[in-house]
Design a protein around this ligand. Structure first.
Ligand SMILES: Nc1ncnc2c1ncn2[C@@H]1O[C@H](COP(=O)(O)OP(=O)(O)O)[C@@H](O)[C@H]1O
Ligand SMILES: [Mg+2]
Length: 304
């Protein structure tokens, strides 16, 4: 790291960045995944807090995700800033710590929260919004305060998933008074947050979010359905893990899967694999996946 810093000072920022990336990758390899079922007592929410926060210890990494180069770079920048938090704070600077994730379902918002936690080696604490929003005035704010006390006390990734249930435009909906109160407290709490935890809010409907919200976040990450090259990667990666030989026309499959989400693509591949396994066949073919894709599409149309 010292060599990298020296190179940066001497006007070789690219070389310095390359060195840092190398070190980072070496560190990642060293970081042992936590054995399944292990609990970190400190981070396991107890009592009333346990009803509000669900704890996970993800082994997911950013490299498990298929991302556009731009999004990949932005996520690695967040990890970088979090890893070097002390350096930044020494100069009175703060890392990106409040993220807003938007985009259609099945495109990687929740997975990103897991991957960031996995990459940073901290727990993922998912806020249970159903436990948070109550019909009793003031109670919700008290619960939010408990959550944000934990945010400052225990370093972790805190995910407010399906955030639209509190983040919808002020003035819409029926419980206007309570929603506004909750939203205002939420905004106040995230504004004050200067600790080492990462707060992530994820929503499928960015258009319904209050504009005042956007300003309170340090980064807005937009997720999209994959384009053809990314679809191809998703299929390729999924089938690489297949227990049978996959002999497929990737170009054909990625055309067929256009406009599907990552989640739907993964599901289609899995359905095709199951079919092959259950029929004791030894090879997965293009037609198997095509059938699964078209079935999936019919299924999705029905749901609308
Ligand atoms: N960018 C991605 N790269 C690889 N797999 C993905 C990606 N996005 C979604 N998936 C797959 O789809 C599943 C659901 O994605 P998720 O992150 O829960 O979507 P959402 O955006 O609705 O939160 C994931 O568990 C993963 O299998
Ligand atoms: Mg999700």
């Amino acid at each position: 790291m010292q060599v990298a810093a020296g190179e940066a000072k001497n006007g070789h920022p690219d070389f310095a960045a390359e060195l840092r990336a190398l070190i980072d990758r070496a560190r990642e390899k060293q970081a042992l995944p936590m054995p399944a079922g292990t609990t970190i007592p400190m981070a396991a929410p107890r009592g009333e807090l346990a009803e509000l926060l669900a704890a996970f210890y993800p082994e997911t990494r950013l490299s498990d995700m298929i991302l556009t180069p731009a999004l990949n770079a932005r996520l690695h920048r967040i990890v970088d800033e979090q890893r070097q938090i002390a350096k930044l704070k020494g100069h009175n600077l703060h890392p990106r710590r409040r993220l807003l994730l938007t985009g259609p379902p099945g495109c990687g918002k929740t997975m990103t929260a897991s991957a960031l936690a996995g990459q940073l080696g901290v727990p993922l604490l998912v806020v249970r919004l159903d436990g948070l929003i109550t019909k009793f005035m003031g109670e919700t704010t008290a619960k939010l305060r408990m959550i944000f006390d934990a945010v400052e006390r225990t370093r972790a990734v805190y995910l407010f998933d399906e955030f639209d249930s509190i983040g919808t435009e002020r003035g819409s909906g029926s419980d206007v008074g309570e929603i506004r109160r909750v939203l205002n407290s939420f905004l106040m709490f995230i504004e004050r947050h200067t600790g080492t935890s990462l707060i992530i809010a994820a929503t499928n409907h960015s258009h319904s979010l209050d504009t005042a919200l956007f300003r309170r976040f340090d980064d807005l990450l937009e997720f999209h359905r994959p384009d053809k090259p990314l679809i191809r990667q998703a299929i390729q990666r999924r089938l690489a893990l297949a227990p049978v030989k996959a002999k497929v026309d990737l170009a054909k499959l990625s055309t067929a899967a256009q406009r599907m989400s990552f989640a739907e693509i993964v599901k289609s591949c899995d359905e095709a694999l199951k079919e092959v396994l259950l029929r004791d066949r030894h090879e997965l073919r293009t037609a198997d996946v095509l059938t699964a894709i078209s079935e999936r599409r019919t299924f999705l149309r029905r749901g609308k």
